[in-house]
Design a protein around this ligand. Structure first.
Ligand code: MGD
Ligand code: MGD
Ligand code: SF4
Ligand code: MO
Length: 694
């Protein structure tokens, strides 16, 4: 007799939508996965990537047991070993490193492969053990930190509008965001608004599939968004349409800020942004007279030298228009900050204060004897990678590769698949996938908590993140009881925060219902009770920002790409691909087939100037490295800008490198964020060059 049941879970990937999903299990095997029709945000649909998630769990290249490297670093040659052997070797190596260099020589390098509170980055998986060992602290600043800091300076938090309330907006600005690729579930709210007459504008140097669907597309010059924000506010003020009541009651520093804004009339903004003055003026007028205006600004805006300043400037807009008063008004960046869940990572267990290593500075930190500037002299001797694929996803790929090749570096990688990073591991530990472990999730694009109940047992000898760290703690002979808390105990601890947003939300209820909306009003006005800034107001002028050297007032920080460089005259942006999620799925045959070989979009004028024909393979290069891509001659990019998408696995790409070979390891203005969309390159036909050489 066959048995069939359905199990509720959640998509663990780094995507704002955190979908609710349903796994069908027949005779103990997961045979079906679909979006939960009962979840208001998911409404039954997953996405082109995660539709293949079950197929991935059974993929032939899945890592199913611990392995020890037998070939040279980078060769990807391993032998199978037992968990006991792996743990014994890890314990010996870690003890030796701690004795010789101190715990800080260990870098727990956690990525965004899972956003779970138990198995992923949200809850600080493994942090208690790292504290016991006195390991360096890891700053997971690779994704959204620069913009988050920018928003914090104005609103006191990166969290803002609930994207669902975009349904109520009358004007929607999709600013540096490509939701039809990077989180499509928000689109139904945009459509709902449109059905009620809303006007939708996409602000993006690339005419994306989202821009195609908008009423208007403003192809802004990359990294100049702060100037556009000031220009729009300038028009609002010249119309006398600023919300004086809101300004007086809820903001700080308007008089000073207003003088700054006066320096950005539309004609100057047109020069900086490369947009027609008339378009800036027209959008300024719409903004002046349309309430509520909802701004969906996500990560594209802030992957620049001035990325923090750009988000800070955008955050000022609803302060001037008073849009925070209305459902459907405000800025929606991330909702993470609305979830009050906190795990006690037991900072009291730290034997001594430790340094923090930023995720964005891996290449530099792996260069001995000079680790990240100003952060101490201890070299990194153990790199412990989990839920990350730095060789594909972090900046300055060639330098990262050299660092990972260091013979004296002990590298442990917890993984599901044989990534480029795995090829450099000394020990590989097999990791479970989402239907095989328990987790608790929140969205960063909505207000729901979700529970992921395990549907099937772990594949092969795979272990979850929490279980792996329990095993390592035991192998290291650590007796601290909190290192051994079970997943359910950890979930209970996470939820046991006394906060009104968690009222009525218990673990039992979550496990039964699969998802629960935070206990906040619907529609949700995030700052109805004031702003969580030092003054309790929206701060145009910020003494905190001033103390941090970020300027008392918002400002425009020009992009790196604004500096003329004749050798590398093109600005490269490297946004989200439709078929992969960062480098996750980069090995899936069907998604690779759909994504085709890496491509680079080149404007017809730039292509003509270089004799680049459509379909030709080209070298995209600068002084840091190069990658190969097929040229797509297209007016989807503005002249001077080229676009290529992240996520291809280097070893599966022609030439063995991806876009990050030309991304510089350089800090954005805030939070040491990365600058993925702010690099200069040149392009030549790879084939022509081969001929020359021959
Ligand atoms: N399919 C898919 N979905 C994903 C991901 C993925 O890899 N694939 N990644 C996930 C993750 S980790 C994240 S953080 C998000 C990222 O997704 P998004 O938040 O959408 O961010 P990006 O894709 O980096 O950039 C969005 C848009 O900003 C544009 N842009 C670049 N520079 C500028 C600029 O200076 N100004 C303006 N106005 N626009 C600019 C880019 O051309 C791009 O179209 O998506 C998540 N969802
Ligand atoms: N050029 C360029 N580069 C970028 C970006 C860009 O816009 N342009 N975007 C950046 C952004 S937004 C981000 S967030 C980063 C992401 O960079 P990373 O955090 O390195 O994410 P991924 O490349 O997706 O690699 C995640 C890995 O985790 C594994 N994994 C998934 N779940 C689990 C799990 O539960 N346990 C374990 N042990 N492993 C798991 C997956 O198999 C995958 O190999 O990339 C950044 N890189
Ligand atoms: S990647 Fe995003 S859209 Fe796709 S299933 Fe996961 S949460 Fe949903
Ligand atoms: Mo991200």
């Amino acid at each position: 007799m066959t048995s069939e049941l359905t199990v509720l879970g959640a998509c663990p990937l780094d995507c704002p939508d955190t979908c609710s999903w349903v796994v069908t299990v027949r005779d103990g095997e997961a045979v079906g996965l679909r979006g939960n029709p009962g979840h208001p945000y998911t409404r039954g649909a997953l996405c082109v990537k995660v539709n293949r998630y079950l197929e991935q769990t059974r993929a032939a290249d899945r890592i199913l047991h611990p392995m020890r490297r037998v070939g040279p670093k980078g060769s990807g040659r391993f032998e199978r070993i037992t968990w006991d052997e792996a743990l014994a070797e890890i314990a010996t190596r870690l003890r030796r490193i701690i004795d010789e260099y101190g715990g800080e020589a260990i870098w727990p390098y956690q990525g965004t492969g899972s956003l779970g509170y138990l198995q992923g980055e949200e809850g600080g998986a493994g942090q208690r053990l790292w504290n016991v060992l006195g390991a360096s602290r890891h700053d997971l600043n690779i994704c959204s930190k620069a913009g988050g800091v920018g928003l914090r300076m104005v609103n006191g938090t990166p969290a803002g509008m609930d994207p669902e309330s975009l349904a109520l907006s009358r004007l929607i600005l999709l600013w540096g965001t490509n939701p039809l690729t990077s989180g499509h579930h928000v689109w139904k709210y945009v459509q709902q608004a449109r059905a009620n007459g809303a006007y939708v504008v996409a602000i993006d140097p690339v005419r994306t599939r989202t821009a195609d669907q908008a009423d208007e597309h403003l192809p802004i010059r990359p990294g100049t968004d702060a100037a556009l924000a000031f220009g729009l506010i300038n028009v609002v003020v010249s119309e006398g349409a600023e919300d004086r009541e809101f300004l007086a009651a809820h903001t700080l520093g308007w008089e000073e800020f207003r003088e700054e804004v006066a320096k950005f009339p539309p004609e100057r903004v047109a020069e900086i942004t490369g947009l027609p003055e008339a378009s800036i003026r027209a959008l300024g007028l719409r903004l002046a007279h349309t309430r509520p205006t909802g701004i969906r600004a996500t990560m594209g805006v802030q992957r620049h030298s001035g990325g923090g300043a750009a988000m800070r400037a955008i955050a000022c807009i609803p302060g001037v228009t008073g849009d925070w008063r209305y459902p459907g008004g405000g800025v929606a960046y991330s909702t993470s900050g609305h979830f009050p869940l906190r795990l006690d990572t037991r900072e009291d267990l730290l034997p001594h204060p430790v340094r923090t290593l930023p995720m964005t500075r891996l290449a530099e930190a792996l260069e001995i004897p000079d680790p990240v500037d100003g952060l101490g002299e201890t070299p990194v001797k153990c790199l412990w990678v989990y839920a990350a694929n730095p060789l594909a996803s972090t900046s300055d790929q060639n330098r990262v590769r050299r660092g990972l090749a260091r013979e004296d570096l002990f590298t442990v990688v917890m993984e599901q698949f044989p990534t480029d990073t795995v090829d450099y591991a000394d020990i590989v530990l097999p990791a479970t996938m989402q239907p095989e472990h328990m987790d608790l999730h929140a969205g960063y694009g909505h207000l729901y908590l979700l529970w992921n109940e395990p549907a099937v047992p772990p594949a092969g000898e795979c272990a979850s993140t929490t279980e792996t760290f329990r095993r390592v703690a035991r192998a290291m002979g650590r007796t601290e009881p909190s290192l051994y808390d079970s997943d359910l105990e950890l979930a209970e601890q996470l939820l046991s925060v006394d906060h009104p947003a968690l009222a009525g939300i218990t673990l039992d209820r979550l496990r039964k219902e699969g998802w629960v909306r935070l206990s906040v009003p619907d529609p949700f006005l995030p700052f109805a009770e004031g702003f969580p800034t030092p003054s309790g107001r929206l701060e145009f002028a910020s003494s905190r920002a001033e103390a941090l050297g970020l300027g008392r007032l918002p400002r425009y920080v020009p992009p790196h790409s604004a500096a003329e460089d004749e050798r590398y005259p093109l600005t490269l942006v490297t946004p989200a691909p439709h078929e992969f999620l960062n480098s996750t799925f980069g090995n899936n045959p069907e998604l690779r087939r759909r994504a085709k070989d890496p491509r680079v979009l080149v404007n017809p004028a730039d292509a003509a100037a270089r004799g680049l024909r459509d379909g030709v393979r080209a070298r995209v290069f600068n002084r840091h490295g190069e990658f190969l891509a097929v040229v797509e001659v297209s007016d989807r990019v503005r002249p001077g800008v080229v676009a290529s998408f992240k996520g291809h696995w280097p070893k599966l790409s022609p030439g063995g490198a991806n876009v990050n070979a030309v991304v510089e390891e350089r800090d954005a203005d805030m939070g040491r964020g990365p600058v993925y969309h702010d690099n200069r390159v040149e392009i030549t036909a790879a084939e022509a060059e081969t001929e020359e050489v021959a």
